[in-house]
Design a binder for this molecule. Structure first.
Ligand code: CAA
Length: 258
């Protein structure tokens, strides 16, 4: 049985972290299953992915502390690389990825959520990077992505104090975009995903690329990247369809990913 399940809902997919007995903590097996579940996403047809956790208590309560307890320096570094490689794959997946955070998102759980394009959460969600209390640094990208997302000041405070924050504080500092009651979390995430999938898939993908890659560049280079990706959209079926629909005052559009 896999610790990560994947459900194809047509234009979007739902990937569920499923190890509830350990609050969906990430050990090597869970990470392997996460990688295998990503392999199942058919990028030809699926236009958006949602990542959530099984149960009502936890998204992911971090990397597995019991597995990490006796690692050597080299094994620790390799475990960091294993998580980082998979999270980077999520971050650079060509389609948008939404984290639907249903409870604890601690350590590797917060890091998994941050590797997604954006986050919504339930009102019982708790975020944090508790690693320094365990004698380690965040190891699946937390020092880098938290600082980029909420700015170095809040990131340093959260990481140095190891203090967890509740959903309302996460919203205030920009770590999540929206808080909803737990029972509305998946319907809200699915509505968002469905809304994204209605738009021209090539254009959405180019936007993800432009934002992600552009943020790493100087502005002069970043706008050139945008010009290239903007130009690439022209002459596609979907550009012609989108603009023709506007001119014909037509709401229904037939975007084909071509
Ligand atoms: N690793 C391994 N097992 C974990 C776990 C983790 N990160 N988080 C929870 N579990 C296990 C518990 O050990 C417990 O198992 P047993 O019943 O076998 O003892 C089970 O999940 C349920 O957990 P609790 O009984 O602790 O549940 P609670 O409601 O009392 O507390 C909690 C919930 C506050 C989230 C608490 O479980 C907790 O603090 N977990 C650890 C959170 C943490 O420190 N995460 C960061 C890990 S380090 C990391 O992620 C490094 C990195 O960047 C890569």
């Amino acid at each position: 049985m896999s610790f990560v399940s994947y459900e194809n809902k047509g234009a979007y997919g739902i990937l569920t972290m499923n190890r509830p007995e350990a609050l969906n903590a990430l050990d090597s097996n869970v990470l392997n299953d996460l990688s295998a579940a990503l392999d199942q996403v058919d990028l030809e047809t699926v236009r958006c992915l949602i990542i959530t956790g099984a149960g009502e208590k936890s998204f992911v309560a971090g990397a597995d502390i019991k597995e990490m307890a006796n690692l050597t320096k080299a094994e620790g570094e390799a475990f960091g690389k294993k998580g980082n490689d998979i999270f980077r794959r999520i971050e650079t997946l060509p389609i948008p990825v939404i984290a639907a955070v249903n409870g604890f998102a601690l350590g590797g759980g917060c890091e998994l959520a941050m590797s997604c394009d954006f986050r919504i959460c339930s009102d019982n969600a708790v975020f944090g990077q508790p690693e320094v209390g365990l004698g380690i640094t965040p190891g699946f990208g937390g020092t880098q992505r938290l600082a980029r997302l909420v700015g170095p000041g809040y990131a340093k405070q959260m990481i140095y104090t190891a203090r967890n924050i509740k959903a309302d504080e996460a919203l205030r500092i920009g770590l999540v975009n929206q808080i909803v009651p737990l029972e509305e979390l998946m319907p809200t995430a699915e509505k968002l995903a469905a809304g994204i999938t209605k738009n021209a898939p090539i254009a959405v993908r180019q936007c993800k690329k432009a934002i992600n890659e552009g943020l790493e560049l100087k502005m002069d280079d970043a706008i050139v990247l945008e010009e290239k990706l903007f130009g690439d959209c022209f002459e596609t079926h979907d550009q012609v369809e989108g603009m023709t629909a506007f001119m014909e005052k037509r709401k229904e559009k037939n975007f084909t990913n071509n």
